[in-house]
Design a protein around this ligand. Sequence first.
Ligand code: 13P
Length: 257
Amino acid sequence: MKGNNDMRRPLVAGNWKMNGTQEGVIELIDGIKSGLDGINVEVLVCPPAIFIGLVGARLEGSKVKLGAQNICQQPESGAFTGELSAAMLTEFGCRYAIIGHSERRHVYGESDKLIAERVAAAVAGNVTPIFCIGELLEERENGTTEQVIAQQLDAVLNLDNGIVLLKETVLAYEPVWAIGTGKTASPEQAQAVHAFIRSHLAKQDEALAAGIKILYGGSVNAANAEKLFGMPDIDGGLIGGASLKVNDFLAVCKAAG
Ligand code: 13P
């Protein structure tokens, strides 16, 4: 176990993004379920919201967990067109939600403040946030990666109950330049940022820093997963493209075990 810490049991999460049809989703989930024997990692799938009920029903009795791709900052019902509350997600067996994905930040303009509110609402509603952070290519190139990561983390860390919230959170480091580009961070580049994240958190709370699960995301596939997951501060992955193909996703899960 990484860091001798049971909380850091490897997790492989598939972010299906805006992909799939009813038929395709059933094929994918059935394939994943039937191929997981002997693979000893936590596995999570995050389908498009419209398929959550379908996938949840199909997952009954399986160890595969179900997550959403976002969550509203308001935990109960209300006038929030287009959003889903923690209460709605948990009613359908969804215990995780991706929050602050780079596509939400950069295509839909979600701010650090809104993302922090979403993390807080998820935890309040018994949904584990998969809180995503990561730098743009230009930020890496101008040497501000650590500054950007620290600022994104601080949006939650500096809330009154920030440490408590992060103790219920999974982090995902996804360098934006590596998402969907086929360009992966090298294991050493990813490890360096994961170690930085822990050192930044450790300034506030050492137990939090040692125990928090940090996933890597960005063009993870069957060929590069094992080296990435072998790094000491990487506890699994958040997988986009490769999570849409049964064999590729299973190979990535196997690499995490
Ligand atoms: P890809 O694996 O397709 O690069 O996507 C990564 C991602 O954004 C997962 O959330």
